[in-house]
Design a binder for this molecule. Sequence first.
Ligand SMILES: Cc1cc2nc3c(=O)[nH]c(=O)nc-3n(C[C@H](O)[C@H](O)[C@H](O)COP(=O)(O)O)c2cc1C
Length: 181
Amino acid sequence: MKTHMDLSKFYHYAFPMQAIIVTCNDEKGQTNPITIAWHSPISKNPPLYSISVAPSRYSHNLIEKSKEFVINFIPFSLVEKVHFCGSYSGRKIDKINQSGLTLDDSEKVKTKYIKECFAHFECKLHNMIVLGDHTLFVGEIVNILADEDAFIDDKLSKKMTPCYYIGDCVYTTIKNIRKKI
Ligand SMILES: Cc1cc2nc3c(=O)[nH]c(=O)nc-3n(C[C@H](O)[C@H](O)[C@H](O)COP(=O)(O)O)c2cc1C
């Protein structure tokens, strides 16, 4: 027997989703990090990746103006920093300073990446589409950097524990059980 569920919570059915931190630049070159759970690969050729950002976020203005962003894949060990960057706005505080996260120069975009993360997509804005109450920013990935030991044959190393969000301030990670079919 089926029962009716709350339509307004539809996105909970897709959880867990990997929580990433996106960095973006203001006009003075200051970096703002925002936590994003709604993101997805879009196209292999050209390599396109999308993030869904509400217009109320400070980062929304920054990406619209700078036309670039960096996707940072963060380990579960830094889950408090993930939550921090998703709980405060860069309009009011310097989240990089207060979180203790550190930055380094990207190679193909002006926006910096977060050193403590294990992989980074440098993206140039390809398209932005307003869809309902969020904007889908589609970035073309122009460069990827990653920790040397994070991937083996392009697959995530068993040692790595990405950070996943399951809603209502609860996070989890993957247990590395592998099965090749
Ligand atoms: C785990 C988690 C995932 C989030 N995912 C998104 C998302 O996909 N899109 C979005 O617009 N906001 C998302 N948020 C909310 C923003 O990260 C949050 O509003 C942040 O404070 C905005 O920062 P800013 O104003 O500096 O841009 C998420 C927050 C958390 C904690």
